[in-house]
Design a protein around this ligand. Structure first.
Ligand code: PLP
Ligand code: COI
Length: 355
């Protein structure tokens, strides 16, 4: 596929906001870099992307995104090493997944070079926004939504693909206490749970609010049919360590095929950690918590990286996890972030240099 990078028009912001940013105290996704990538789908075709100043978007009130939620997104991070080289982590996986999500939502798929060249053009312009503090990175949010108009409940005839970026610190402040969900579901067989569709997240907010009111930070999603199987941890994939075995559920219609998840599986296997990809029942986790074989639970995702779970609630009872000295979570988090930030060899070829 031919490069389109030279065709990407770059319209620079007249002033920069960077001097207002406290890079030592970054929240997650709270301040936004000076530029964004914008690309429109019109007349049956994706038009050439542009880098433009970060700005609002004007849409008609009948735009289908507002009424029918036709939108998908991705989450990625850019890192800068000590020599100021800029790195991404498995970006083609995000590109492929964006198109998998788009296809399910009847959104036109993007050509690979529009995504990859557009992203690199944007990062070239805003590379000063990539934080270098430990635990910080430039969070990247590519998204595609229906900008075309009309109340007819059918796919729009116009779309926007935008990438904006936010220098960010940790997603969670500390360990996370979770509630195993017994009533609500985030996804179902034949549904859109495997896609990063905006509406999946809106559907999680209310049950998550209820869990927060009870003193938990996140919901552990269970299968919609029986609520007997553990599937995801909020907007993260979930891992459970019973004795020394690391277990995660298989991906399905209902579960997002996380890039962090599949990297952890590969990394752990290569380090000799026993890994099982199989269904996990709520009852085995409760039983393991009771008999002391449940050593760790953690969520895994781009935003949260690896986020240890300190305890869980289920059927009005609370279960605490042990406070271990050496956890798989801490070890794997260091291994993966060292690869992402070019502090360690990358035998898997996951790191991608932005030139
Ligand atoms: N599961 C859900 C529902 C998510 O939203 C995310 C976040 O992207 C993940 C899992 C983790 O996926 P990844 O590791 O690709 O970020
Ligand atoms: C990510 O981990 O990048 C995600 O997309 C999760 C998000 C909802 C913050």
């Amino acid at each position: 596929m031919s490069a389109i990078i030279n065709d990407i028009e770059i319209i620079k912001a007249k002033t920069t906001k960077i001097n207002d940013v406290d890079f030592d105290n970054l929240k997650f996704g709270h301040v936004f870099s000076d530029h964004m990538l914008e690309c429109n789908y019109e007349n049956g075709k994706w038009q050439t992307p542009k880098v433009v100043p970060y700005q609002g978007i004007t849409l008609d009130p009948s735009a289908k995104i507002f009424h029918y939620g036709q939108s998908v997104f991705e989450g990625m991070k850019a890192y800068k090493d000590a020599d100021k080289n800029v790195w991404l982590f498995r970006p083609l996986e995000n590109f492929k997944r964006l198109n998998i999500s788009s296809k399910r939502l009847a959104i036109p798929e993007l050509p690979e070079n529009y995504f990859m060249d557009g992203l690199q053009a944007l990062l070239e312009v805003d590379k000063d926004w990539i934080p270098t503090n430990e635990g910080s990175s430039l969070y990247i949010r590519p998204f595609v939504f229906a900008s075309g108009n009309g109340f007819h409940a059918s796919p729009a005839d116009a779309y926007k693909f935008i990438i904006c970026t936010a220098p960010s610190g940790s997603y969670f402040a500390g360990d996370v206490k979770v509630l195993i969900e017994e009533k609500y579901s985030r996804s179902a067989n034949g549904g859109v749970g495997f896609a990063k569709a905006g509406g999946n997240y809106a559907g999680q907010f209310y049950p998550t609010q209820l869990a927060i009111e009870k003193g938990y930070q996140q919901v552990i999603w269970t299968d919609d049919n029986t609520h007997e199987y553990i599937e995801e941890a909020g907007a993260m994939n979930i891992f459970v360590r019973i004795n020394d075995t690391l277990i995660t559920g298989p991906t399905s219609d209902r579960i997002l095929d996380g890039i962090t998840r599949k990297s952890i599986i590969e990394l752990a296997k290569s380090e000799g950690i026993p890994v099982e990809v199989r269904k996990i029942t709520v009852s085995e986790v409760v039983e393991a918590a009771k008999n002391g074989s449940l050593k760790e639970m953690f969520g895994a995702g781009t935003a949260a990286v690896i986020s240890p779970i300190s305890g869980f609630g289920y059927k009005e009872a609370d279960y605490d996890l042990p406070q271990l000295e050496d956890t798989y979570a801490a070890y794997l988090k260091k291994r993966i972030t060292d690869i992402q930030t070019n502090k360690a060899e990358d035998p898997f070829g996951w790191r991608f240099q932005v030139k």
